[in-house]
Design a protein around this ligand. Structure first.
Ligand SMILES: NC(=O)c1ccc[n+]([C@@H]2O[C@H](COP(=O)([O-])OP(=O)(O)OC[C@H]3O[C@@H](n4cnc5c(N)ncnc54)[C@H](OP(=O)(O)O)[C@@H]3O)[C@@H](O)[C@H]2O)c1
Length: 466
């Protein structure tokens, strides 16, 4: 039997993706560094085993796939990918395609695409194990003709939004992995805003985890309907038999990360594209890990009052804050993608990016469908200026302000929400304050400034003549 496609790396994601491919009706050959894993995987695949060919060696893997071949790599990002490509390429024909489906840094994908001696794609796969098994969101990058060769498989295994596959070619080289990184950055910010509201409900309003879960469940019936709100309701509602209480209350408050949020922030800085909500979320994760330092701070300064006077904030106001915060976070993410598209010479398809995120991925939400519509109308306009989202912001930004203000007054940290509010206020201020910065820069460095009244540039203050 000749397989339609091959896969290397039967870890969490690779195994799930291979089963998805087999279940969708394609024959797949698999190889794993620890070869017993491939055999055990095929044996444990039940009804799907007949579609799966475990390979003993890389040579066997290549031989098991029909030409021109396509092989997916699902190994840890970094050196493992380079090593696999190096081992695989000499065994493959000139038209055979290698697809890196891990979470590569898009700069690495750019480099690999430029150095490739044969067809190469870098694809971002989102949705975790569940998505990989039953339908992920797939963001492709590389030469379009190479994507077209495997698009029928990738679209078939992807999540569907009302029948539309959530698998799209994003552009050349590392474009797919870039879009995946920004997806993850947005994911960080969305999660952080939910965690901040959870903190207000828990510490400011003294609510029990199960009741907080019920709040998220209710929000999941409205404009905030999304996978992250849904799972937050389930996480808050989970009961732990060992603790005989809410599971959430015994989970250590230090968040892990694998670096994709950080890559987004670093890249945003290079692009001069403001993504403050994502930056705040990455900072918050870093701070969360400093448990000892936080304990020392609390011992020294005392805990903030935290508990809000009865009736200060309502569930409705918190929901408004989340709606406004979420719009602002996505507006930042899409503006960054737009900036990258120009800077890297990629024609990144913003409406398609919103469409591909509507199902399968971690940030899937109803709002993304409206974002796809707004970006289709005008892909270059900041989302917060699109009529639909401008109306939502007009209705909800007061709630965001109220939550941020009360958070500040009572010592409830809300960094992502407050950075979203600061972004909103800056973005609706025509006459800002950077004239002072330009004055300072000219004072100490004679950098020159532009005059507002006559438009003349390279101007200096009187200090230039001192
Ligand atoms: N987990 C997620 O939710 C998720 C979501 C999206 C993307 N990703 C990305 O998907 C990729 C795989 O993640 P995972 O969670 O599936 O990882 P994992 O469970 O740790 O599995 C890693 C796989 O790669 C193999 N491997 C490790 N080092 C290798 C090397 N040096 N050479 C060849 N093979 C090697 C392992 O083989 P052995 O059995 O021999 O150890 C295993 O099959 C990563 O890039 C990750 O960032 C993960």
């Amino acid at each position: 039997m000749s397989s339609d496609i091959g896969l290397i790396g039967l870890g969490t994601m690779g195994a799930a993706l291979a089963l998805n491919i087999a279940e969708t009706g394609f024959d797949i050959a698999v190889w794993n560094r620890t070869t017993s894993v491939a055999h055990d995987f095929a044996k444990g695949a039940g009804d799907l085993a007949s579609r799966i060919t475990p390979a003993e060696t890389l040579e066997d893997l290549v031989a098991a796939i029909s030409e021109p071949r396509a092989i997916i790599l699902m190994v840890p990002a970094g050196e493992a990918v380079d090593a696999q490509i190096e081992a695989l390429r000499p065994l493959m024909g000139p038209d055979d395609l290698i697809i890196d489906a891990g979470n590569a840094n898009f700069h690495d994908t750019n480099r690999r695409a430029r150095a490739a001696t044969g067809p190469f794609l870098g694809i971002g796969v989102s949705g975790g194990e569940e998505g990989a098994r039953h339908g992920p969101s797939i963001m492709g990058g590389g030469i379009r003709a190479h994507w077209d060769r495997v698009a029928h498989i990738l679209e078939a295994i992807s999540a569907k939004y009302n029948g539309t596959p959530c698998a799209t070619w994003m552009g050349e080289e590392g474009a797919g992995h870039f879009v995946k990184a920004v997806h993850n950055g947005i994911e960080y910010a969305d999660m952080q805003m939910i965690a901040e509201v959870y903190g207000i409900l828990r510490d400011g309003m003294n609510m029990r985890a199960a009741d907080i879960g019920a709040v998220f469940d209710r929000w999941n019936e409205g404009p905030l309907r999304s996978y992250l709100i849904e799972i937050s309701g389930k996480v808050a509602g989970a009961y732990d038999t060992a603790a005989n209480g809410p599971l959430l209350d015994v989970i250590v408050d230090a968040a892990g990360q694998k670096g994709t949020g950080r890559w987004t922030v670093i890249e945003a800085q290079h692009l001069a594209a403001p993504v403050p909500a994502i930056e705040a979320a990455v900072v918050a994760r870093n701070l969360s890990s400093q448990r000892d330092a936080r304990a020392a701070g609390e011992a020294l300064f005392g805990a903030a009052p935290k508990e809000l006077p009865e009736g200060t904030l309502s569930e409705t106001v918190l929901e408004q804050a989340m709606i406004a915060g979420k719009i602002l976070c996505y507006a930042q993410g899409f503006a960054m993608i737009s900036a990258a598209s120009d800077a890297f010479g990629w024609a990144l398809p913003l409406p398609d990016i919103a469409r591909v995120w509507r199902e399968g991925c971690i940030i899937r939400s109803d709002m993304l469908n409206d974002m796809a519509a707004a970006l289709t109308e005008d892909p270059d306009r900041n989302l917060m200026l699109a009529p639909h989202f401008a109306n939502l912001l007009k209705m909800n930004h007061d709630g965001l302000r109220e939550v941020v203000a009360q958070g500040a007054l009572y010592g409830l940290p809300v960094p992502a929400l407050s950075s979203g509010l600061a972004y909103f206020d800056a973005m609706r201020t025509h006459r800002g304050t950077a004239n002072m910065i330009q004055g300072q820069r000219d004072f100490f460095g004679l950098h020159g400034f532009e005059r507002l009244d006559d438009g003349s540039t390279g101007q200096h203050g009187p200090w230039a003549h001192d």
